[in-house]
Design a protein around this ligand. Sequence first.
Ligand SMILES: CC(C)(COP(=O)(O)OP(=O)(O)OC[C@H]1O[C@@H](n2cnc3c(N)ncnc32)[C@H](O)[C@@H]1OP(=O)(O)O)[C@@H](O)C(=O)NCCC(=O)NCCS
Length: 186
Amino acid sequence: MNSEHCVSVHPRRAEDLADAAAALIEVHSTDGYPVEGVADPEAWLSPPQLLKAWVAELEGRVVGHVAISRPDGEEAVRIWTDRAHVPDSQVAVLARLFVVREARGNDVGRWLMAAATASAQMDGLRLVLDVMVKDTAAIRLYERLGWKRIGMAKHAYGDGQSTEAICFVSPEPGEKLVTEAPHGSE
Ligand SMILES: CC(C)(COP(=O)(O)OP(=O)(O)OC[C@H]1O[C@@H](n2cnc3c(N)ncnc32)[C@H](O)[C@@H]1OP(=O)(O)O)[C@@H](O)C(=O)NCCC(=O)NCCS
């Protein structure tokens, strides 16, 4: 698969939820994401604080997903609001980002991130997220898109387990990014 395949990203509709849940189960089996498991994938994709979600389709199949939610006690939110002296109401949390393995390396993740960040900017919200240290492809994606590390957090899950996570904030709106040349432009 390569970038000539047509990727489309659109707001998640009710009828996309089952397909997104199937994609999540696939990602859990290949990558162990999310660490808390996929016992009820549709519920995990629809947390109570959910603001918006998007799916990516490649050749008509849902292959990826991202969401933004209102703050719900996340360490990344606390770090950013303390540092920037802004209220929680000006922040949203980007989460539930995944792309099935077969579709990776086609900028699907990048387009999902673009949809979420554009929407947050329109709503005057700065995005934060946390990513587990083990999820190195995601960390590379965030850094390539100009997200900045703001601290560390513990991601608690399961029966008292926890793992190290890195907290990021999205680029400042209007910030000029110095990134690599787009793929295929060399
Ligand atoms: C993180 C994740 C969403 C990235 O999805 P993706 O669709 O592969 O993302 P992109 O294609 O935009 O970029 C990823 C890689 O593909 C490369 N790439 C993108 N388009 C490319 C192209 N046309 N040709 C070649 N390589 C390309 C990028 O350089 C990047 O490479 P690198 O990670 O080795 O630096 C995916 O790896 C994933 O679902 N991981 C498991 C779940 C997870 O960790 N989620 C994050 C939780 S916080």
